[in-house]
Design a binder for this molecule. Structure first.
Ligand SMILES: *Cc1c(COP(=O)(O)O)cnc(C)c1O
Length: 393
């Protein structure tokens, strides 16, 4: 049986599981083995040389990890997918294997904190020129690409201020100038947005977030053009940031309910954003599903749901913020996002913990901003808790 359905919910459950699994298992087994053994030297040789299918060593490929990769590949609509130990492993391996000294990269000011550090520190140290553009300014993105670059790195919606990039426009410009386009699709998930459909070459995820969805496993995945993913794969083989079989199993288990979770989180995200936008003690709300969001029209065009992530600032100082956060029930005060449990935290200890206060200020991230990741709890319960908490502001 091979997957013919185009529906994400069916793909997430069945893709990669078409063949009979070991011992007739009904769920993907955790193949906890570093090497794979062969009695026939010729067969071993053929597999090692890539002339026959099979596994040699789990730093290269692993059957459990392979099923996770296949589900992600079909969900994003790419030619090839490879998994990593974390989202940052996916991002750093991709950038370090596709770029060389003398290359120029165009990206945005609002990329994830760890990614920002690669752009601000690591790549310049390797004589790679990085041009970080104002995220919401499509003209500035076009102008930076038109100066010539090897790679364009985008992220939308952004973390934590939920800025939106017009993917169709940025990718058209990049393609016209021969640049490779990479999109971090962690916030949107393939349920809400499929960058490869807009012509991006590569899409990547922190699987730690929505794909796994339960805050119990780290992982990353890169999906897209076969030649490029193969280049990154060869780098990963040597650098070794592979996903473990056990983490792959947890991520697979989570992935099966991705569609269910994200649809509910889309609904809750919109309900929470609307509630906060009306509240007198909330100074600002950032959510692409609100009609007042500066790029709501673009978001509506390129996303099929607006997601479960939002951020907002309370009308008060950092002490008011601390009182408010302390009052909340049904939330973890923790980093990370995209889990079944609701999570809250300021960027200074979550998305941008890697940055200094000055770097955060330069990115326009105020110290009284709070990032809120809707879980799958009852939306009414979450809103009642926020209402209660805001009384302390
Ligand atoms: C968390 C995150 C990352 C990094 O992923 P890890 O799994 O924590 O390494 C990258 N991009 C975005 C948008 C993220 O939210």
């Amino acid at each position: 049986m091979s997957i013919t359905s185009q529906k994400p919910s069916t793909i997430a459950v069945w893709a990669g599981e078409e063949r009979p699994l070991a011992f007739g298992a009904a769920q993907v087994p955790i193949v906890q083995s570093a090497p794979f053994a062969y009695d026939d030297m010729d067969e071993w040789g053929a597999v090692a040389l890539g002339q026959a299918e099979g596994h040699i060593y789990s730093r290269n490929t692993n059957p459990t990890v392979g099923v996770f990769e296949e589900k992600c590949r079909i969900l994003e609509g790419g030619e090839k997918a490879i998994a990593f130990a974390s989202g940052m492993a996916a991002i750093s391996n991709t950038l370090l294997s596709l770029l060389s000294p003398g290359d120029r990269v165009v990206s945005i000011k609002d990329s994830y904190g760890g990614t920002s550090r690669l752009f601000m520190d690591t790549l310049p140290r390797m004589q790679i020129e990085v041009d970080l553009v104002e995220t919401s300014d499509s003209d500035a993105i076009d102008a930076a690409i038109e100066k010539g670059c090897r790679l364009v790195y985008l992220e939308t919606p952004t973390n934590p201020t939920l800025k939106i990039i017009d993917l169709d426009r940025a990718i058209r410009t990049a393609k016209a100038h021969g640049a490779i386009v990479v999109v971090d699709n962690t916030f949107a998930t393939p349920i809400n947005q499929r960058p490869l459909g807009f012509g991006a070459d590569l899409v990547l995820h922190s699987a730690t977030k929505y794909l796994g969805g339960h805050d119990d496993a780290m992982g990353g995945v890169l999906i897209g053009r076969k030649d490029l993913v193969t280049t990154v794969y060869e780098h990963r083989e040597i650098c070794g940031a592979v996903l473990s079989a056990f983490s792959a199993y947890l991520l697979l288990r989570g992935l099966k309910t991705l569609d269910l979770r994200v649809r509910k989180q889309n609904e809750t995200g919109l309900a929470v954003a609307r509630f906060l936008a009306e509240h007198p003690k909330v100074a600002a709300v950032f959510y692409p599903g609100l009609e007042t969001h500066e790029k709501h029209d673009v978001a509506k065009r390129q996303m099929s749901g607006f997601g479960g992530m939002l951020s907002f600032s309370v009308d008060g100082d950092f002490d008011a913020l601390k009182r408010f956060v302390g009052e909340l029930k049904y939330v973890h005060r923790a980093a990370s996002l995209g889990s079944v449990n609701t999570l809250i935290g300021p960027p200074s200890v979550t998305s941008h913990v890697e940055c200094t206060a000055e770097q955060r200020a330069a990115l326009g991230i105020s110290e009284t901003l709070l990032r809120y990741s809707c879980g799958v709890e009852d939306a009414g319960d979450l809103i009642a808790q926020l209402d209660q908490g805001l009384k302390a502001v």
